[in-house]
Design a protein around this ligand. Sequence first.
Ligand code: NAD
Ligand code: TYD
Length: 365
Amino acid sequence: MSRRLLITGGAGFIGANFAHFWTHAKPDDRIVLLDALTYAGNYANVAALCDPGAVRFVKGDIRDFDLVCNLLRSEKLDTIVHFAAESHVDRSIVGPGEFVGTNIVGTQVLLDAARAVWLKEGVEHRFHHISTDEVYGSLAPDAAPFSESHPYDPRSPYAASKAASDHLVRAYGHTYGIQYSISNCSNNYGPYQFPEKLIPLCIVNILEGQPLPVYGDGKNIRDWLHVHDHCSAVMKIIEHSPPGETWNVGGNSERSNIDLVRALCAAVDEAFARDRSLATRFPNCPAARGASSAKLITFVKDRPGHDRRYAIDSQRMSNQLGWRAQIGLAQGLADTIAWYLDNETWWRNVMSGKYRDWITQQYGS
Ligand code: NAD
Ligand code: TYD
């Protein structure tokens, strides 16, 4: 079945990967990306799709009701894949307001636009909402991983805003008949991730010889999922899940932060041992001098309210939709390091702020 998709947050980390993934798998489907290009959004992530015109890029806010209605109508869109969000827990601790605005109000506006166009005009549709395992709160060390029926217990402003958006999506399904699906997934990593999140931050800091800040005792546990596996899960759900269903998507790869950071250090050291030209490109990296990158590890003050452990039970995805993660953590980390090595200009631009100046020139502030 061919589809016409609106991908919100399509210039962000997961949204951009999803745009590439869907276009590659289904080149005849229509795709429109809607993204406000906040600090986390990066047109360069999707330029290869949008510059030739295969995919349309619209700079705009999901809270702009008229814009969203116009796009749904003029492009005859039948599917919304809703990634747009403020996504970084540490930023939500410093300033929760933006998280309430984008994650809660933004989702409500999108749902209202879907009501106004799809329900009023009788369009067969799907609203797929991307959520997170963080809505379930923190797991004890020996507790079973989160299943879809685990009670909600969000504990950061970010998690609370995502939980509220999940409730709104279900409420619009129940009350008005919006045909929705929801996926709650674990920590993603891979290409195009903004280097404020743990894995890209560490890769870039190792290459630059900067400290690797590990919060608290480093024993907090996350369940890591390669973004390409996340994309394939979302495609499976959109294509095969009945409406009104929620799916938990995880990588089955629990690691403590300190073990993960050590694994990254070892993988970078190996890459430098294999390729001597890296020492010339990144002279500040300890591996350039034959030293261990692990010496950069620095324990720092813990994040307030830091959740101890997340882990996802994806059995329902595998039993009912035949999906399981394909990319093991060691391979995924090696591929991700290779991507950051091959895309030095991308992360230097993102980090230097040059990208923002360019976007302002292109699209205004
Ligand atoms: P990201 O921060 O990299 O990207 C978010 C994108 O949304 C950016 O391009 C940004 O410009 C855009 N955006 C923000 N506010 C907007 C607004 N008001 N209107 C339009 N666009 C706006 O985030 P990500 O890591 O790609 O996460 C995508 C989704 O996946 C989010 O909903 C997040 O909660 C969820 N999620 C992420 C992870 C993870 O590990 N990254 C894990 C589970 C769930
Ligand atoms: P993060 O990538 O911010 O994702 P989330 O908070 O959504 O899980 O962080 C992953 C884990 O790494 C989390 O336990 C916090 C920790 N962390 C650090 O120890 N140091 C850092 O500099 C960052 C950004 C995160």
